[in-house]
Design a protein. Structure first.
Length: 114
């Protein structure tokens, strides 16, 4: 199983970023996918999740209305569109899938700062 995140970077408050997670090594279309984030000194938190067919999503209260998770099963990729970014969104963002174990990508840094 391999998960490779991309799309992070430095953005000003109010800006947008789109994260991508390219998956391989498992049948992507059969599994729900998640995005987590972790700031140094804090616990890793669930940001958003999406069912295997993309028909249902869930979000942390802190990102509802600003972030959108989506997936393209033909491309084995899950996305996180982040709008109206705030400094408190600064973190390393991780892609996750629970198969017979919980697999993680290497993470991509998002920094929101003026």
């Amino acid at each position: 199983v391999q998960l490779v995140e991309s799309g992070g970077g430095l953005v000003q408050p109010g800006g947008s970023l789109r994260l991508s997670c390219a998956a391989s090594g498992f049948t992507f279309s059969r599994y729900a996918m998640n995005w987590y984030r972790q700031d140094p000194g804090k616990e890793r938190e669930l940001v958003a999740g999406i069912t295997s067919d993309g028909g249902s999503t869930n979000y942390a209260d802190s990102v509802k209305g600003r972030f959108t998770i989506s997936r393209d099963n033909a491309k084995n990729t899950v996305y996180l569109q982040m709008n109206s970014l705030k400094p408190e969104d600064t973190a390393v963002y991780y892609c996750n899938v629970r198969i017979w174990y919980s697999a993680w990508g290497q993470g991509t840094q998002v920094t929101v700062s003026s």
